[in-house]
Design a protein around this ligand. Structure first.
Ligand SMILES: NC(=O)c1ccc[n+]([C@@H]2O[C@H](COP(=O)([O-])OP(=O)(O)OC[C@H]3O[C@@H](n4cnc5c(N)ncnc54)[C@H](OP(=O)(O)O)[C@@H]3O)[C@@H](O)[C@H]2O)c1
Length: 288
């Protein structure tokens, strides 16, 4: 895929860039000349990915920052570290994500799938927003999923932490709907600033998603059986790379993409009142 804009002056931050789609996104953008910061929650996995991304991209301008999205103190440390390391931020790719087979809680007492996929990214992005604004034109790219379509009735604002009922892929679908709401509302708030925000579905990708010990054996078996139908991680990163770098989407904001083209969300995904409500609740939850 051809870069639509010169990426060699750009600084990109990719959450969960140590594995899967995020790692391929890092390779692709480093190949285009961007300075790429990936995050990793595990130092060893981060170091391994760093060596691989540098090797495969032929670029030395790749760095790792520690980030555990299941701990808001870690999110704040990561944001501070990024602000200290770079005086510009052109692209933020909110990519990291997981699905937990059982209900667990983050360090701050949030249900983990919601806490990691939505709240951690909500706080991180907000803490980096001034730097993105100062670097405009700049972009926020949120990796959602067509799994958001499972949340047909939208979010249950009376039970955002899934205390009443916890079904892994139902909860996961809701967090991916939250990703779409977040990108839409962020785009609305950033109108006229030169910072765009879009979300995307990467496709069904053969990554380690739902296989890394976060999920129970039944879920892992289901993912294994479905694996022959999955696309490669390289293919899964294409829309993220395109949204981060192509001039095709200069100034385009508030949309949802699949296969490098705009796509429809579910009806619930277009509910701007829910998006506003989620923003307000999230601000309170993360203490912004
Ligand atoms: N794979 C698919 O078919 C598919 C389809 C639609 C959407 N997506 C979305 O694509 C994104 C990337 O998924 P993937 O398929 O590349 O999965 P993956 O291979 O499991 O990679 C997920 C990344 O997120 C990181 N992560 C998980 N929990 C974290 C936490 N608490 N704090 C910080 N980072 C954390 C992982 O770090 P560790 O290496 O430490 O675990 C890893 O780097 C996710 O948002 C997912 O929802 C995937």
């Amino acid at each position: 895929m051809e870069a639509g804009q010169a990426m060699d002056t750009k600084v990109v931050l990719i959450t969960g860039g140590n594995a899967g789609i995020g790692k391929e996104t890092a390779v692709g953008l480093a190949q285009q000349g961007a300075r790429v910061l990936i995050t990793s929650r595990d130092a060893e996995r981060g170091a391994g990915a760093l060596a691989e991304i540098r090797d495969r991209s032929g670029s030395a301008a790749v760095e790792v920052v520690a980030l555990d999205l299941a701990d808001l103190a870690s999110v704040r440390r990561c944001a501070a570290e990024v602000l200290q390391r770079t005086d510009r931020l052109d692209v933020l790719v909110d990519n990291a994500g997981l699905v937990m087979s059982r209900r667990t809680q983050t360090a701050d007492g949030f249900e983990t799938t919601f806490g990691v996929n939505h709240l951690g990214h909500f706080l991180l992005t907000n803490l980096l927003l001034d730097r993105l604004r100062a670097s405009a034109p700049s972009r926020v790219v949120v990796v959602s999923s067509d799994a958001h379509k499972q949340a047909r009735h939208g979010l249950d604002f009376d039970d955002l932490q899934s205390e009443r009922s916890y079904r892994p892929f139902v909860v996961y679908g809701k967090t991916k709907l939250a990703n779409i709401y977040f990108a839409r509302e962020l785009a609305r708030r950033l109108e006229g600033t030169g910072v765009t925000a879009n979300s995307l579905h990467p496709g069904f990708v053969a990554s380690r998603f739902a296989r890394d010990g976060d999920t129970g054996s039944l879920l892992q078996l289901a993912m294994l059986l479905a694996r022959p139908f999955a696309i490669s991680q390289v293919a899964g990163a294409r829309t993220s790379i395109w949204l981060a770098s192509s001039s095709d989407v200069d100034g385009v904001s508030g949309l949802y993409f699949y296969k490098c083209a705009s796509a429809h969300t579910s009806k619930a995904g277009a509910d701007d009142e829910a998006a506003k409500r989620l923003w307000a609740v999230s601000e309170e939850l993360v203490g912004l």
